[in-house]
Design a binder for this molecule. Structure first.
Ligand code: CP
Length: 317
């Protein structure tokens, strides 16, 4: 890895390598995360232009468990609020000998733009861009599925709700298909389906009760009102009635079906509290796995950057 911007184009072997590397950071038996010296002397900058609880905190914890120095730039109090351009902010951060920028941005493609403009030697990790991609979220979800199901072969996985506005769903669909599940099933109203749904490699079910049949994994999504931009919002009460995950609907899936959600959850909108907190829920394991996956991605990207730097030094001397 050099940057980690999207799962598009990444092979099953590389995705499996990320999962295996993440596993190596988890203490067998306890699920606690090891502290290792892999990024000692390196500086990681968290650049979050959009709110975050889980992703920002677990990237910070992951960098610290890798022994890196971590800088969390508070965008609301940074000089961007005095009119400084993103490029100038980045130049200044690069001048502080930063090795890695972890970027969340409301604009799809912002991390790619940053990756194309920083000096070689700085790794860019996408922590979620617009509706486009949230690759580390998808990988922590894959790790959680592998832990609970032992692998991917033969699994039927549903993603339920607001797929249209979800960068998480796009990355999950890509990862699930590459890792070889039997079926990725979207369960959503037509108004919350992406236009290119036919090209994503999924089946589509509009009726949630029918869609729950034979599921091994159900992934719930929240209504992403912040990205709906004036579109006709479904009423929350109506949405919950039709697409909210309740105990009754969950009972239609396989008895060992696991319940996932990338968070933040909206109780009573897309998921009933008793399901979110129930025995089939692995939602908090997903959060814990976020630390190990982000350690894996950061250490692999930094390894790639260092190899590239050594190559350039050897070939310019
Ligand atoms: N899943 C996720 O991206 O959560 P945060 O917005 O809290 O980072």
């Amino acid at each position: 890895l050099r940057h980690f911007l999207t799962l598009d184009g990444l092979s099953r072997e590389l995705l499996t390598d990320i999962l295996d590397t993440a596993d190596s950071f988890i203490e067998v038996g306890t699920r606690s995360i090891k502290k290792v010296p892999l990024l000692r002397g390196r500086t990681v900058v968290n650049l979050f232009f959009e709110p975050s609880t889980r992703t920002r905190s677990t990237f910070e914890l992951a960098a610290k468990r890798l022994s890196a120095d971590v800088l969390n730039l508070d965008i609301s109090t940074s000089a961007t609020s005095k009119g400084e351009s993103l490029s100038d902010t980045l130049l200044n951060l690069e001048a502080m000998a930063s090795d890695m920028f972890v970027v969340r941005h409301s604009q799809s493609g912002a991390p790619h733009f940053i990756a194309s403009s920083v000096t070689p030697g700085v790794a860019i990790i996408n922590a979620g861009d617009g509706r486009h991609s949230h690759p580390t979220q998808a990988m922590l979800d894959m790790l959680t599925i592998r832990q609970n199901k032992g692998g991917f072969e033969g699994l039927k996985v549903a993603i339920v709700g607001d797929v249209l506005h979800s960068r998480v769903a796009r990355s999950q669909i890509r990862a699930l298909n590459e890792l070889g599940v039997d079926e990725v099933r979207i369960i959503a109203p037509g108004t919350l389906l992406p236009r290119d749904v036919e090209d994503l490699g999924c089946t589509v079910e509009y009726d949630m009760k029918r869609g729950m049949k034979d599921l091994d994994v159900v992934i719930m999504l929240r209504l992403q009102n912040e990205r709906m931009e004036g579109a006709l919002l479904p009423s929350e009460r109506e949405f919950f009635r039709l697409y909210g995950l309740t105990e009754d609907k969950l009972a239609l899936a396989k008895p060992d079906c696991i319940v996932m959600h990338p968070g933040p959850i909206n109780r009573g909108v897309e998921i009933e509290s008793s399901v979110a907190d129930g025995p089939q829920s692995v939602i908090l394991s997903q959060v814990t796995n976020g630390i190990a996956i982000r350690m894996a991605v950061m250490s692999m990207a930094m390894g790639g950057q260092m190899a590239e730097r050594q190559y350039r030094q050897t070939h310019t001397n």
